[in-house]
Design a protein. Sequence first.
Length: 251
Amino acid sequence: MVTRRRAGHEEEEEEAGTENKPRPHVVHPRLTRFSLASRWRMRTSPARPGGACAVARGLPLCREGAEGELKETGARASAMPGSLQVPPLEELDVQEVSVGSSVLKAAAHHYGSQCDKPNKEFMLCRWEEKDPRKCLKEGKQVNQCALEFFRKIKAHCAEPFTEYWTCIDYTNLQELRRCRKQQLAFDNCVLENLGWVRPDLGELSKVTKVQTDRPIPENVYHSRPRPEPNPPIEGDLKPAKYGSRLFFWNW
């Protein structure tokens, strides 16, 4: 560092040392070698006109044509062959049941009793198919049943049901035992107006058989094929010359 001071009419310069000099900026080679541009870069493929390739983590991803799908080449292509066909958004779009957890808990017993068949049909489809794309029809039936269920409650028993779920929502624990009075009023209302009987304890958790028109999949359990047996050993196998090598210390 260079400082200047005025003594009389002369200016003197003195150096205060080199320990506070700014150090030159040094870039570590490892920080520049694996930069973001080198890990993910886009380049035009000369071998495929109209397409482009990207390199992600050392594996090339190539897109063919204007509407081509993203295909993967290299080591990961053997582990993930083909592409996943996703249904369009129009097929997946349904009206949501926009209610809270307290409302669902207050109506859980009657909902489980009134929508028992579509719910079990959907769960059976999900268990057998192991593919949610094949159970979109059953899922829409579950959603439609829930919408109709809450519409009936809103039309006939809106006031006692609101008092019931408000009592449950009063605390974060959402305990049903503290709202038996409101529960009795709601059960009597749906029994008189809709003819719904509150199911007994454990009735909805019983093992039941589902009658369905959906064909049974070929491999319901999705089990793997049995491996081929080991080939027979050729030749005469003789025992080991010095016995078994398996031993242990017995002190």
